[in-house]
Every structure is written in C-alpha cells, then in structure tokens.
Ligand binder design. Sequence first.
Ligand code: SF4
Length: 240
Amino acid sequence: MTLSNTRIIANYTEQSFDHRPSVCLGKSLPLGHLQKRTVQEKPMQFTDSEQQIVDRFDTDVSRERWRDWKWQLKHCIKDVATFEKLLDYTFPEAKRKDIEATIAKFPMAITPYYLSLIDTDNVENDPIFKQSFPDVRELDIADYDMEDPLHEDADSPVTGITHRYPDRVLFLISNTCAMYCRHCTRKRKVGDVDSIPDREQIKAGLDYIRNAPQVRDVLLSGGDPPLMLSDDYLDGYSQS
Ligand code: SF4
C-alpha cells in the first residue's frame, strides 16, 4: 500500500514561498487541488518595516534572500535578545525573565517577515505579536485544562498515529513549524525536542497503515511537515 491518497492542506501566503503548502489541522484538500494560484507580484524593494529589520541584521540581506522561504526559516527569531535587537524594542527585566521561562517550556519561532508585520508603535497590543510571542500566562495550568485536549492519545494505536475515523489516519511525522502559534492546540508536542518522531516511531506508523486496508487518506501532520521537511523526504513517505 502506498500513501498516494494523502490529503494535505494548502495555504499559500506569498509567491516567494515557491507555492509550497503549509499544513495544520483543519480542512483538507486532495493533492490535485494544489494548483498554482495567480498572486500579485510584490515590488522588489523592502517595505519600511522590512528595511528597518534588514538594517539590524549583522549581514547584508538582499531582497532576493528576504523572499527566499529557506532564508526566512534559517533566520527565525527564537530568543528575546534577537527579537529586541531586530525590532529595536526593550522589555523590562522582570518581563524578559518571564518570557524566557515561557520559551523554555514552549519554544518561540518568528520568521523575519512575520516580525516585520508587527506594529512597532504598539508592539505588545499588535495581533501578530500576540499570535507569535510567548506570554507567561501560557504556564498557568488550571484545573479544567486537559493534557490531551484533542483526545488524540485515546485514538492512537501506535505513537504518532491518530485513527479516529475508519478510512483515514493522522500521521505525525514532524513536530516543528516555521512559527510557533501561541494558541496551538498541539503545543504539548510541537517544538518539544523530546517529541521529535524518531525512525522507529515512523516505521511503526508506516507498518500500521500498511496493515489497515480500510485507510484511504493519510494526513501528514505535526508540526508543519511540508514546509519543514524536504521534498525527497516526503516523497519517501508516499513511496513507502
Ligand atoms: S504551531 Fe500549531 S497551530 Fe501553529 S502552524 Fe504549528 S501546528 Fe499549526
């Protein structure tokens, strides 16, 4: 059996991202729907906010590099000091400690492009900031909070597979994303170095799917596998 019926979610954001899909839980589309969309060509110059960030990098950043999704991934902002430097913004010391404690449990990743969308006149009230930047309240655990809010573990015959509906499974093959959304419903695993699927886990998942002929759809998920894993690696899954 192959994984040729895999359905993925398409979410094109900018032409510079090579029309690659990003994946998240939600609606799904057949692969055949991954057609090139007509998008507006963006001007080959930086916006004012992009230029300010680019000027604060230690190396030269061309517009071509900025528009290269691999460059964006490589230069994700993952710590408070880099955030402060690139946005020319300073947190009070106590707040910085809170943020660092939050990042230690739930990692941060913000692409430079996303950083450039934050309103520097109103940083901490900006919706992009709130979506992407850690808040110490993430560490508050209330009585009504659930360890597994999607009840995935109960429907998991082997680690990394969620088999809730007869003809489809969710296959977690990566737990990294270009940006870690603070509201992520899978944040107990996403970005956690102890939850990176290893070779044995992947093999067990593939074996399970091979032995479940009723399964027609396999959703490769994580994390954000189509963006964070290479095409060759993903091709390997569809051939397995
Ligand atoms: S952090 Fe969570 S919600 Fe955000 S892209 Fe990754 S899996 Fe999706």
